[in-house]
Structure formats: structure tokens, C-alpha cells
Design a protein around this ligand. Structure first.
Ligand SMILES: *[C@@H]1O[C@H](CO)[C@@H](O)[C@H](O)[C@H]1NC(C)=O
Length: 407
């Protein structure tokens, strides 16, 4: 049984890799995504401006040549002369992108709600996502285009986005991260030159350690060594948005895991997920990521570390000057940096034991919001997230910017 699963998985990924660079990849639920993509390719035009919010596209270039899209969103009602509020940078999770903050109605989506409150909203899109597919010399078909993990998202992508926003707004920045967006925020904040530009951070489903992850789906992939298989086969881009994507899930859901409710088996049970919006969500998610990133995350699960990418002892020695990859030291984050964290009792990815581990290593004492019935995606698209989560988050940010004229 196990062997046949592996064989199917390999087949699926080989097939996936052949079409992964193909922009006409077929949507999991038909082809509405293709229609939208061919009409217009900017996030502002597709999802934000249609709701009446002013939105502008910005591009930043990383030290290693990636061209990342940032969107700047402001309030529907604000006039041009009105001073903008403090900047907030939104950092999405794995296999997501900046669209994740705008997928529900304006009254329920954090990106819109922050703009309504007068914040100067900046939407991050990490390398590899559909909005940040550019590079000065590489194409998505090159294997080097996918030669990164969340380490580079923290140390290159964030290291460019945050100073860029600071240079335009001349203000310290509030950061909001979800899931992988919290991994890269916390890793980046261990760097003093980034931390000094950040006013405060609000983390939804905070993750650094992944040792106690309980997602059946993820643990199954870890035990199958799917990450190593993929890399060994020379596959670099992970793109589940392909006609083979569903087969990947089928190969993992072979009876040992009940995948009738696929989302639940990945994220834990979500209390407040609106099933009627799945078609819309699937027009945007999932976004691609790299096979190396998946491997890095699985290393964290296997080794219980919050460290740089493990290349094996020889290359580690060459790159890092030591046998094991250096850990990101959370105690390097300034004690004075205010944190707010929200986490859920049904979240199978951000486990409470792992969050406690993170809290123990941080010098500062975050404000915490615990929601017993919340799963991993409730924090992004939950129908009651505004009352349960976002109102508290905004109150936290406002408590650090009392003097602002807009707030
Ligand atoms: C769920 O989604 C549907 C379809 O978009 C929408 O009409 C409905 O208002 C949503 N329900 C809630 C509680 O937000």
C-alpha cells in the first residue's frame, strides 16, 4: 500500500512539473481563473479596485533579482488631502498571496477593514506567487527561479519590502502576518536593521517551531518523505493549480486519511469557513511555492528547529561555517517591540505547545488572543473574524499610535 502511494505521488509530481511552467494550467474547478488572468493581471484591478478602494501597484527588487509586487490600498472615503494613517504591511501564508486579505466582503476582510480604519495598507506578495512572478534575468521555467525557502523570503523579500515602505511613508511600519507570514516576520525581526523599522507586529497563527504540528495531511507527507522525493526528481516549482493537483491529494488520501473534508485534514477544523465561497477562493488559491521551501518546513517538523536551511554537513560547513544550520535566535528581537498574537484551539498547523516554545524565547511579552474553536484559515476568511479577531488587532495597533490624526 505505502509503496503504491509513493509511486503515484512520484508520477503525479513528474506530470505536475512538466506543466508547472505553463500559464494555461487548468483550475481545480474549471477555468474561471484563466479567464480572469488573461483579462487583467494585477491584484489591484482584479480584486481591490472593484470594491471601490483606491489601490496602486508597486514593485521592489530583491538583492537576488526578484521583482515583488506590493499593493497600496487606502480608504474608500478618504480624500487625497487627508493625511494617510500609519502603514501596515500584510504578509500572507504558504500557497497564498496578497489576495488572501481581500477574499470576503469588504466588511469582513482584514485588508479592507484596515483601510476603512484609515491605515495605509501595503499588501506583500512573496517571490513565486502569481503576483510576484518576475525576476531581472530568470524565468519561472528556470530551476534557479525556485532556489529558495522561507529563509530568503525573510532575509531578502522582507528586507526589501520594509525599507521600501519606510522610504515612501517616512514612518515605522505595523506588520500583520498569517502562518508562513509569521515565520518570515519573526525571522526577519531577528535582524536589527529590519526590527528598527517596525512599530509593532500582529501575528495570526504564529509559527516558528513546527515540532508538534498535528495536521494529518502534513504528517502523512512528512512520513512519505514527499519533500525529498520531489527534490530528488529535480522538481523545483510546487504548483498545485494543475490538472494533476487533485491527483496529488488523492494519492495522499488513500484511505488512511479521510480526505472528504480536505481542508480540515490539512488545517484542522475551521469553525467559520463559508463553503458557499469556495469557488471564489479557488480562483485565487493556491499560489505556487518552491519545493525547497516545503523541504525546509519539513526539516523543521523532523528536527524541531527554527533554523536556516539544512544543506547537509558539507555544504553547511561551506555556507555557514558550521555543521548544523544556524538557528534564528528569537531573543535577538528587541524586547521593546510590541507583539500581539492570535491562535486557535483547532489549528493543526500552529500548535499551542510550539507557540509556548516561541513565547518562552521572545524577550517581549506579547498580548495573546486565544479562540478555542478557531482553525488555521478562520483567521483569514472566517465569517466572524472581524468581531473575533480584527477588532482586537486594530485596537492593539491604535494603542501604539494614539497620537495619529487619522486614528
Ligand atoms: C457566504 O458566502 C456567500 C456567497 O458569497 C454570501 O452570499 C454569504 O453572505 C456568505 N455568508 C456569510 C455569513 O458571510
Amino acid at each position: 500500500m505505502a509503496r503504491s502511494v509513493v509511486a503515484v505521488a512520484i508520477l503525479v509530481f513528474v506530470s505536475a512539473s512538466r506543466i508547472s511552467g505553463d500559464s494555461s494550467a487548468v483550475d481545480l474547478l474549471g477555468n474561471s481563473y484563466i479567464r480572469r488572468q488573461s483579462l487583467d493581471s494585477s491584484l489591484c484591478a482584479q480584486l481591490i479596485q472593484p470594491s471601490g478602494y483606491p489601490c496602486s501597484e508597486h514593485t521592489v527588487q530583491t538583492k537576488d533579482g526578484f521583482l515583488l509586487a506590493l499593493q497600496r490600498v487606502s480608504s474608500r472615503t478618504g480624500n487625497i488631502r487627508q493625511q494617510r494613517g500609519p502603514p501596515v504591511l500584510l504578509l500572507h501564508g504558504l500557497f497564498m498571496a496578497g489576495d488572501a486579505w481581500f477574499l470576503n466582503s469588504p466588511e469582513k476582510s482584514l485588508g479592507f477593514i484596515l483601510a476603512d480604519h484609515g491605515f495605509d495598507v501595503w499588501v506583500g506578495n512573496v517571490r513565486g506567487t502569481r503576483w510576484s512572478h518576475g525576476h531581472i534575468s530568470l524565468s519561472v521555467k528556470d530551476k534557479d527561479f525556485w532556489d529558495w525557502s522561507w529563509q530568503e523570503l525573510a532575509l531578502y523579500d522582507l528586507a526589501e519590502m520594509i525599507p521600501y515602505i519606510n522610504s515612501i511613508t517616512n514612518s515605522k511600519i505595523f506588520v500583520v502576518g498569517h502562518s508562513q507570514g509569521t515565520i518570515i516576520s519573526l525571522a526577519a525581526l531577528t535582524q536589527p536593521d529590519i526590527a528598527e523599522l517596525v512599530e509593532a507586529a500582529a501575528l495570526l497563527c504564529p509559527i516558528t517551531y513546527l515540532e508538534h504540528i498535528s495536521s494529518r495531511f502534513v504528517l502523512r507527507m512528512v512520513h512519505m518523505h514527499l519533500d525529498q522525493m520531489i527534490l530528488a526528481m529535480g522538481i523545483h516549482q510546487l504548483n498545485f493549480r494543475s490538472e494533476w493537483g487533485i491527483s496529488i491529494f488523492d494519492s495522499i488520501c488513500d484511505g488512511r486519511i479521510d480526505c472528504n473534508d480536505l481542508l480540515t485534514s490539512i488545517t484542522g477544523e475551521n469553525c467559520c469557513f463559508n463553503n458557499s465561497r469556495v469557488d471564489l477562493y479557488l480562483e485565487y488559491e493556491p499560489h505556487p511555492s518552491s519545493a525547497k521551501n516545503l523541504h525546509h518546513l519539513f526539516q523543521m517538523i523532523r528536527e524541531g528547529t527554527f533554523s536556516m536551511y539544512d544543506y547537509g554537513i558539507l555544504k553547511n560547513l561551506k555556507l555557514y561555517g558550521q555543521l548544523k544550520p544556524p538557528a534564528f535566535d528569537l531573543s535577538n528581537i528587541p524586547k521593546s517591540l510590541p507583539f500581539w498574537m492570535a491562535y486557535g484551539g483547532n489549528d493543526d498547523l500552529a500548535d499551542m505547545i510550539d507557540i509556548t516554545h516561541t513565547l518562552k524565547e521572545l524577550l517581549s511579552t506579547p498580548e495573546l488572543l486565544y479562540l478555542e474553536n478557531y482553525g488555521h484559515v478562520d483567521f483569514i476568511v472566517g465569517v466572524t473574524a472581524k468581531e473575533d479577531v480584527y477588532d482586537h488587532l486594530i485596537k492593539f495597533f491604535k494603542s501604539w499610535k494614539r497620537s495619529s490624526s487619522v486614528m
